[in-house]
Design a protein around this ligand. Structure first.
Ligand code: NIG
Ligand code: FE
Length: 399
């Protein structure tokens, strides 16, 4: 007997072997031992211990948020107010705010405090339908401190049903290391990365390669070491300035290039050739009033696009992918289909996860039942949480 069947549903499979969103109208889905065991027409469904009538509603894979900075303490509402008055993110950062302003509170917080703060954010993400979520370190910026953040993510992971995907992020040169910049970069690739790999504290390494952060040469040294240590690589690139990281990301087979407000045609061709996912972060783009990434060119080149929250205390204090989907469809002019793939299958690809973000036989039984029947309704009715029920590995989550 099957564990769970959700029937009378519009099932969005995101099946890579089918075009578009792979919708099965009048469909049903069966889950056994936490895994999708069958998807097909309603009238052919197996019987199950628990049967749920979706009453014609949309049933999708659990959402995948492939880019967050959800482990930090404190907030930067003051900077939000300053930007509303016309100051820019880079001006505020140069005056001692920005990422540096989050280092102090994060370093001062205990492990338990950091985990409690992160858990509250992850609960909000779950309420919005996020069942898999990436979390980057990056708000301590010492070797031991970054290891501590990743160990906190590991502890939270053991406490939660959501799938947490930890990433080591080389976020910035902290103020106290500005005069020993080269030595700090060397500590990252000679000490931090080998420890992270040995303890399996992260699956990827990400570098913020941009004006005011790491140079291309520093990014190269860090990401080459990550690759050599057997970790996947990703990059925050071209949020403010294109420092030319795309060829490096392509050479290393990077999982993703994130932000990419600034990227030239040659860079796009590199991403396309390498199959690197371009991660769109529309919340951060709008909030910092940046130009829109070249979505049309990425589409034309065949670069897979993901959509993520960028959840962080500075540029995007948002846990909810539905809002990002609204911004992706309206401000970024991504299609509804691209946007859905961006928070499901393509987001999972940016995390190096196969099966996740789809509802096909063998995929994890991570499912959202929505209080609507049309995929467009989720972004169209932005700000309203249309999540009806969330299942992780076939188990309904209380939200
Ligand atoms: O992805 N761009 C770099 N990092 C974050 C912002 C982090 C912060 O401001 O605290 C981002 O937008
Ligand atoms: Fe980010």
């Amino acid at each position: 007997m099957t564990d769970l069947v959700i029937h009378n549903a519009r099932v969005m499979t995101c099946d890579p072997s089918r075009s578009g969103l792979g919708i099965v109208d009048r469909g049903a889905i069966a889950i056994d031992a936490g895994v999708v065991s069958w998807v097909g027409p309603n009238d052919q469904r197996p019987h199950a211990d628990r049967e749920i009538d979706a009453r014609g509603r949309l049933v999708t894979p659990g959402l995948v948020d492939c880019h967050t900075h959800a482990i930090f303490a404190g907030d930067r509402a003051n900077e939000f107010g300053m930007r509303a008055e016309g100051r820019t993110y880079l001006e505020i950062a140069k005056a001692g705010g920005g990422i540096n302003a989050t280092l102090g509170p994060t370093r001062a917080a205990s492990d338990d405090e950091l985990i409690a703060l992160m858990n509250a954010r992850l609960d909000l993400a779950l309420a919005g339908g996020t069942t898999t979520i990436e979390i980057k370190s990056g708000y301590d910026l010492t070797v031991d401190g970054e290891l501590r953040l990743l160990r906190c993510i590991q502890r939270a992971s053991a406490m939660r049903n959501q799938r947490l995907v930890p990433t080591l992020l080389a976020h910035l040169i902290p103020p106290e290391r500005r005069d020993s910049r080269d030595a700090f970069v060397a500590e990252i690739h000679e000490q931090l990365i080998p420890k992270v790999a040995a303890e399996r504290l992260a699956t990827s390494v990400d570098v913020y390669c941009d004006e005011g952060a790491f140079t291309l040469a520093e990014t190269t040294a860090i990401l080459r070491a990550a690759k050599a240590a057997g970790l996947a690589v990703r990059g925050h690139v071209g949020q403010f300035k294109d420092l030319g990281a795309a060829p490096l990301l392509a050479e290393l087979g990077a999982l993703s290039a994130d932000h990419v407000e600034q990227i030239d045609d040659a860079g796009i061709a590199h991403l396309a050739k390498a199959g690197t996912v371009a991660v769109m972060l529309p919340g951060a783009c709008v909030q910092l009033r940046l130009p829109v990434p070249p979505v049309g060119k990425l589409r034309a080149a065949g670069v897979p696009m993901a959509v993520a929250s960028d959840m962080n205390p500075g540029s995007s204090n948002c846990e909810t992918l539905g809002v990002q989907m609204w911004l992706a469809t309206t401000h970024f002019a991504m299609t509804v289909e691209e946007t859905w793939l961006g928070v499901t299958r393509h987001a999972a690809r940016a995390l190096g996860l196969s099966g996740v973000g789809t509802l096909v036989k063998g995929a994890p039984g991570d499912v959202v039942v929505w209080n609507c029947d049309e995929p467009a309704h989720v972004p169209y009715r932005y700000g309203t949480n249309l999540v009806g029920a969330v299942f992780i590995a076939g188990v309904e989550q209380s939200r």
